[in-house]
Design a protein around this ligand. Structure first.
Ligand code: NDP
Length: 332
């Protein structure tokens, strides 16, 4: 099978590309520049990987040429989307690229790649859970939940902007399928914070992408530093990638959202696991009591339907942290 992966050089996407190649698939990845494409081609060391440059996913017709060139593509995985909690212009830089990028991908598939049978969109927990004032403390969030944030509210700050971008991009895809009745079937993967090692080499260990940097930041603390509070949920990147493959392989995943959450997670736990496995590293001691305190009152959730559908055991926080740290230590 030939599979198109948008944003192929991203943290999660590189794992998707790697797993697809390991399964014997052919992969066409889209990236924003030829440099990024060449870099990824070098990393994959595979002649089954090629790339197309799509410099701006929000431009009308962004994916048309790339798909016209590859009539063999039958699965499309759309991961490209701004991943940031900072922007000069929230709507222009975060929300519109997410929504327009999704619409452009689906329109191109419908128009120029009618042979595509399955589409997988990387959405987010941000489309499912409410945060801050949108958080409902007694609610049990599951695969059917939607962040109640309104479009206008998503413009108020960049955090809202990111969550809104994922919600409104996912909704745009749902509406596209309802209105346009394309030939393809669609599935969504909604990960919580994603930790874990890079698929291939680390490019710059001083600064990883937004979510992998959570663990890296703890690793960079000095012994006398306070551990900054992070208390949320996590899932390992290798499991997130695997879910994208299952999303197009299994018919049960059609029109479903795979809510990828392994467990609650905090910086105190991350530090604790680093202390336990790398006692020689001079970082502050993680405190599991503190962690418990910090995680009290976290969102309640139930993703048992997703766990049953994907059918594999999720990688634990401890293993994820150990593998991430080992990779950073092994990187010169
Ligand atoms: P990365 O930042 O590593 O990857 C993002 C990818 O999207 C890169 O290829 C990037 O290109 C591309 N991209 C970003 N903005 C644009 C834009 N305006 N136009 C074109 N391409 C763009 O992040 P992740 O791998 O973490 O994220 C991948 C997907 O997973 C995203 O859809 C994200 O919302 C989702 N997700 C991530 C979570 C996480 O914790 N990491 C949690 C939940 C969902 P370039 O490299 O050129 O910037």
């Amino acid at each position: 099978t030939t599979i198109f992966v948008s944003g192929a050089n991203g943290y999660i996407a590189q794992h998707i590309v790697k797993q697809l190649l390991e399964q014997g698939h052919t992969v066409v990845g889209s990236v924003r520049s030829a440099n990024k494409g060449e870099y990824l081609k070098e990393l994959t060391q595979s002649n089954k990987f090629s790339y197309e440059v799509v410099s701006d996913i929000s431009a009308p017709g962004a994916f048309d040429d790339a798909l016209k060139k590859h009539p063999d593509v039958t699965v499309f995985i759309h991961t490209a989307s701004p991943v940031t909690f900072q922007a000069d212009d929230i709507e222009r830089d975060i929300i519109l690229p997410a929504i327009q990028g999704t619409k452009n991908a689906l329109t191109a598939i419908k128009t120029y790649a009618p042979q595509v049978g399955r589409v997988v969109i990387t959405s987010s927990l941000g489309a499912v859970f409410g945060f801050d004032e949108y958080f409902e403390k007694d609610k049990v969030y599951d695969e059917d939940s939607w962040n109640p944030i309104k479009y206008k509210e998503s413009l108020l700050n960049a955090r809202n902007g990111y969550y809104g971008s994922k919600k409104f991009a996912e909704l745009a895809a749902v509406e596209f399928v309802e209105n346009e009745k394309p030939k393809f079937a669609i599935s969504f993967v909604n990960p919580s914070f994603v930790f874990g090692p890079q698929a291939y080499a680390i490019k710059d260990k001083n600064q990883l992408n937004l979510s992998a940097e959570v663990v890296n930041k703890v690793l960079k603390l000095k012994p006398t530093d306070n551990i900054p509070v992070f208390a949320g949920r996590f899932v390992d990147v290798r499991d997130v990638a695997r879910a994208h493959l299952i999303a197009f392989e299994k018919d049960e995943a059609i029109n479903k959202r795979l809510l990828m959450i392994t467990s609650l997670a905090s910086n105190e736990q991350i530090a604790y696991y680093i202390n336990r496995h790398f006692p020689e590293l001079p970082i502050p001691r993680g405190d599991l009591k503190k962690s418990e305190e910090q995680l009290k009152g976290s969102h309640k959730y139930d993703n048992s339907r997703t766990k049953a559908l994907v059918g594999f055991d999720f990688i634990s926080l401890e293993d994820s942290v150990v593998d991430s740290v080992q990779q950073v230590l092994d990187t010169k």
